[in-house]
Design a binder for this molecule. Structure first.
Ligand code: HEC
Length: 106
């Protein structure tokens, strides 16, 4: 236990270059977004965002447009994409956006 605590304190107090720290935060955000996606979105948009593209859009090809993403996720679209504003807050949606952005395809 003491060793674990010491390791945590060491990790937290270790000076890291700014870039490395940002990368760590980004990774945590992507991981959180991936979990939210799996719970809330994957049954329609597909496991790992892979679907036929015939009924629901392939989110890996969603344009790099964060505002549009937030608007759709909050309000839904065409009564087919459900609105999430009662369930997900901006942090949650931001994390899903980080996950979607990390999987983007040209
Ligand atoms: C009940 C099925 C369903 C669920 C659950 C669902 N979606 Fe959708 N989503 C759709 C459908 C259908 C569309 C296409 C809507 C249209 O263009 O008419 C869509 C479209 C979208 C779009 C594209 C909107 C645009 O502006 O073109 C985004 C982004 C999106 N969904 C994100 C999400 C996210 C993030 C989640 C989870 C929080 C989610 N969806 C959950 C069915 C779903």
């Amino acid at each position: 236990m003491a060793a674990v605590l010491a390791a945590i304190v060491f990790t937290l107090t270790m000076p890291r270059p700014a870039g490395a720290q940002d990368a760590g935060e980004d990774e945590a955000k992507v991981a959180k977004g991936q979990t939210t996606y799996a719970e809330r979105c994957s049954h329609c948009h597909g496991f790992n965002m892979i679907n036929s593209g015939a009924v629901v859009p392939d989110l890996r090809r969603f344009p790099d447009d964060k505002d549009r993403f937030f608007n759709t996720v909050k309000q839904g679209k065409n009564n087919r994409m459900p609105p999430w504003s009662d369930i997900l807050n901006d942090d949650d949606i931001g994390a899903v956006w980080a996950y979607v952005s990390s999987q983007r395809k040209p």
